[in-house]
Design a protein. Structure first.
Length: 181
């Protein structure tokens, strides 16, 4: 009788910490949920939250579409996309006015200003205030016209390498109409 009571007491004392450890392990293994940002008012311009989009490398990144009119987002007008903040060692930002349009052909386009993101497309031309980009990995032989202000162009200080960074998300690029010239 005493022996069974001792065993019962020991079982109760050891089961509590083991259960707590198991529960903590389960909680630690649960991946965090990532939520999109709330709507933000920036200098009187509504910023439409783009949420967290997952790109080909499965790394979530926050993207936003800036309103293109006084009243917010006008679906019939050109989209103004918030340019990324590009800070790269050994690269300088290049004003669009200083770039010969012919030199843009073939320039690689990267998502955001991070080497962690894969090259998403290449510039295939330009048309006045827009840059024409091919989206071969999104849609076969699909080209879209993206406003120049959506890009930040940079060039290497010790070579002729030039890159473009774009603040548009993959989902945003997918919604742009096909450019037919």
């Amino acid at each position: 009788m005493i022996r069974s009571t001792v065993f019962a007491t020991l079982a109760t004392l050891t089961a509590g910490p083991l259960l707590a450890q198991a529960t903590a392990g389960q909680m630690a293994a649960t991946p965090p949920t990532i939520e999109g940002p709330d709507e933000i008012d920036k200098e009187g311009i509504d910023v439409i939250p783009g949420g967290n989009h997952t790109f080909r490398n499965d790394m979530p990144v926050d993207s936003k579409i800036v309103a293109n009119s006084e009243n917010g987002l006008n679906p019939d007008g050109p989209l103004r996309l918030a340019p990324p903040n590009v800070v790269l060692d050994g690269f300088s930002t290049v004003p669009m006015a200083e770039i010969d349009p012919a030199e843009l052909d073939g320039v690689p386009v990267w998502q955001e200003a991070s080497e962690e993101f894969a090259e998403i497309t290449r510039v295939v031309g330009n048309d006045e205030d827009t840059v024409i980009v091919a989206l071969p990995w999104l849609l076969a032989d699909w080209e879209v016209a993206v406003p120049i202000e959506a890009f930040t162009f940079v060039e290497a200080e010790e070579s002729e390498e030039r890159r473009a960074y774009i603040a548009a998300s993959e989902e945003m690029l997918r919604t742009l109409p096909r450019w037919d010239g």
